[in-house]
Ligand binder design. Structure first.
Ligand SMILES: C[S@@+](CC[C@H](N)C(=O)[O-])C[C@H]1O[C@@H](n2cnc3c(N)ncnc32)[C@H](O)[C@@H]1O
Length: 280
């Protein structure tokens, strides 16, 4: 037992060194530009992130045009983050917007954002859980999930919840990426600029290095840092096994390799975004 433990420990140390070396190389090559959120104080970070969410909300609208029409509708922004997209939708014609998130600090900040825009009467931010939505049955016209699905630790349960809270003939609009097998599918490219680090090195090593830097007390599994290892294949299986009808499904590739979009492994390795519309 003791020996096995020691041997395992040596392997982890070896992998850790190799992982640091691999990523140092790519850091020198400057393959990843410095994030616009780098070195901001926590308050400033929230405001800047919310602004960025509002920009992304406009893009989300364009991605799903002409199918997404929020005018006069009751909408849920599932995984609302700092509330930017919820506010955007309320300012752009939605009758009522609910924003839900599992992170209490984000929900609290979102409420502050709604106050700033003097729109608290039409936007309600609520704390949800990993598996449930804090809403009554069949009250919504539309659900949107923007860059959330790859973070759902219980995606099957959340899809069931979406089905429960939507009215009949209503829709869920999903866009997320990058999926798990993308070069930066771990969503940790500022720490691991080396492509596919999360596939080349063990989970314990990647999450361990991440935790040493972030020091936020997270556990040593991907799910502890909010990552569901959501591949294109896993996503497809989930939606086709759900109670929804799949009205639209498409994947977007890292540029220049669109012709290879239908080759199974290539599709997973170079897909940077998944888009989908589900119908109740
Ligand atoms: C990458 S952020 C995206 C935020 C925002 N939608 C945007 O477009 O920037 C993912 C968000 O999903 C939230 N989240 C993860 N699992 C969730 C769940 N089961 N229910 C609600 N929110 C969840 C996270 O807390 C986080 O705020």
């Amino acid at each position: 037992m003791f020996l096995t433990g020691n041997v395992k420990g040596c392997f982890v140390k070896g992998y850790r060194k190799a992982c640091i070396g691999y990523n140092k190389l790519f850091k020198h090559l400057k393959v990843i530009p410095v994030s616009k959120f780098h070195n901001l104080d926590p308050e400033e970070y929230c405001w800047r992130y919310a602004e960025w969410e509002m920009e992304k909300a406009r893009e989300f609208d364009m991605k799903f045009a002409p199918y997404l029409d929020i005018k006069g509708k009751i909408v849920l922004d599932l995984g609302c983050g700092f509330g930017g997209q919820s506010i955007y939708m309320a300012l752009n014609g939605a009758k009522k917007v609910y924003g839900v998130d599992v992170d209490p600090r984000r929900v609290e900040f979102s409420r502050k954002l709604a106050e700033k825009y003097r729109i608290s009467d039409r936007v309600t931010f609520l704390l949800s859980t990993d598996k449930t939505l804090p809403l009554q049955d069949e009250i919504l016209d539309i659900i949107i999930m923007n860059d959330v699905f790859e973070h759902l630790i219980y995606p099957k349960e959340i899809l069931e919840e979406c089905h429960r809270v939507l009215k009949r003939n209503s829709q869920v609009f999903i866009s997320f990426g990058p999926p798990w097998y993308h070069p930066y599918g771990s969503h940790l490219k500022s720490i691991f600029p080396g492509p596919w680090s999360h596939l080349l090195f063990p989970e314990k090593v990647i999450v361990g290095i991440r935790n040493d830097i972030k020091r936020d007390g997270a556990g040593d599994k991907y799910e502890d840092i909010g990552l569901a290892k959501m591949s294109v294949r896993k996503f497809r299986r989930l939606i086709y096994q759900s109670k929804f009808k799949v009205a639209y499904f498409d994947i977007h590739m890292v540029k220049d390799i669109y012709p290879l979009k239908h080759v199974p492994i290539i599709k997973e390795l170079f897909c940077n975004e998944v888009r989908c519309i589900l119908e109740k």
